[in-house]
Write a protein that binds this ligand. Structure first.
Ligand code: FAD
Length: 390
């Protein structure tokens, strides 16, 4: 952990959170819990949530007026790193995506009646939510092209559309749905975000999409959704009409920092597992894996890459760093698997779980290529070349 960025608030908080994660959550990382659907482990995680509340560590990410600590992005990022060292950390502290993004969004832009009915129980961990933007028929990298519509009828919107990768829709109480409300406006002003309770008539969860062989369930799932003549009051609009993209961009900014710090937490834990194994695995009498120069190379490169990524994330807090950090994490996990040999491929250690679940990090919230291209364009602009998006 980079001590440069440790504030007074963190000095007190981080050791408590670390101890909680290590003593309460690491023991839950059993083969059974890692290979079964999320609902299998959820009851015990709910018990751990009660312990988090009891320890006064609940709602860390919330603004002060909602009982949180009013942490800066940089402060919360460092907590996120510690929580990410266990696959259950974020959920147990109620700071999991997509709920944390919806919490921030609703806090700023939802009308009072939606805050009372949905934001309060979301912050209390009584309900979950999802964010429904990406569609199978259109490139998610360019969400100005979207098939879902919300058409005014009386006091309502009537929503029709087909979505997929709506993470955590299974069991969620509501979805924040992106839909075109102003088809004749400029491309970036066509869509709006509308809160849709999941029990509204016409909301259909088609399936939890299998990812690397597992469909998952509950919070750990990614749904294909149909919205068929779904009628909700116009007062369920979040922000103004046509502000959907603006709000989505605003959500992605802090969201990417949260993701990056989570990637660093996963990389750091994978690194720790790699070092422990390198020391304990004997190749021959008196000779461990850690005596081998290749493995020493893995360790040295991983240490340097994790530290470089952390500094980069904490200092810059911009979207362009996501591709760098996601790839760093995947390289470290890969080296840690390699160091474990056959054991690394099994579900008896965390590494293969992360390898399959986190490959998506290079795609969601903006694919690597989109971010690299945006970064290169902004650099080339300083050299006088204006490469416009075609
Ligand atoms: C695990 C997971 C969870 C997700 N959760 C959610 C969610 O909760 N809600 C939601 O709405 N969506 C979610 N998504 C969807 C995600 O946001 C999209 O997958 C992402 O935006 C990419 O869109 P796409 O899949 O349509 O790929 P496309 O846009 O079709 O792009 C495919 C590939 O083309 C390349 N590419 C695209 N644009 C460019 C460019 N400009 N330059 C160069 N190359 C380019 C990239 O390599 C990209 O990977 C999730 C996705 C995953 C995998």
């Amino acid at each position: 952990m980079e001590t440069l960025f440790i504030t007074e608030k963190l000095k007190n908080l981080l050791p408590k959170i670390k101890e909680f994660v290590e003593t309460e959550l690491y023991p839950l990382e059993t083969t059974e819990n890692l290979t079964h659907n999320f609902s299998h482990v959820e009851p015990i995680l709910q018990q751990k949530r009660a312990l988090v509340k009891k320890a006064g560590l609940w709602g860390l990410h919330l603004p002060e007026e909602d009982g949180g600590l009013g942490l800066t992005l940089c402060e919360f990022g460092q907590i996120s790193e510690v929580l990410a060292s266990s696959p259950f950390g974020h959920f147990v502290f109620n700071t999991q995506a997509p709920d944390i993004g919806n919490t921030e969004l609703m806090h700023k832009y939802a009308p009072k009646h939606l805050k009372e009915k949905y934001l309060k129980p979301l912050m209390d961990g009584e309900i979950r939510s999802c964010f429904s933007m990406t569609e199978p028929e259109f490139a998610g990298s360019n969400p100005t092209r979207m098939g879902t519509t919300a058409i005014k009828d009386g006091d309502d919107y009537v929503i029709n559309g087909h979505k997929w990768f709506t993470s955590s829709a299974d069991g969620a109480a509501f979805a924040v749905v992106m839909a075109v409300t102003n088809p004749d406006a400029a491309p970036h002003k066509r869509a709006s975000q509308i809160l849709v309770p999941m029990d509204t008539q016409g909301v259909k969860l088609v399936r939890n999409i299998p990812i690397m062989g597992h469909a998952g369930d509950s919070w750990a799932s990614h749904a294909e959704m149909l919205y068929e003549n779904v009628r909700v009051p116009q007062s369920n609009l979040i922000g103004g009409e046509g502000t959907g993209f603006l709000l989505a961009q605003e959500r992605l900014g802090p969201g990417r920092i949260h993701h990056c710090m989570r990637f660093i937490g996963i990389a750091e834990r994978s690194f720790d597992l790699m070092c422990r194994y390198a020391v304990s695995r004997e190749l021959d009498e008196g000779k461990s894996l850690g005596d081998m120069q290749f493995i020493q190379g893995f360790i040295a490169e991983s240490r340097a890459e994790i530290d470089a990524a952390r500094l980069l994330v904490l200092r810059t807090a911009q979207q362009m760093i996501k591709f760098f950090t996601a790839n760093m994490m995947l390289r470290v996990i890969d080296r840690a698997i390699q160091t474990h040999g056959g054991l690394g491929m099994t579900s008896d250690v965390l590494l293969s779980f992360w390898y399959s679940h986190e490959r998506a990090a290079r795609i969601y919230d903006g694919a690597d290529e989109v971010h690299k291209s945006a970064l290169a364009r902004s650099i080339l602009k300083n050299y006088g070349l204006d490469v416009r998006r075609k």
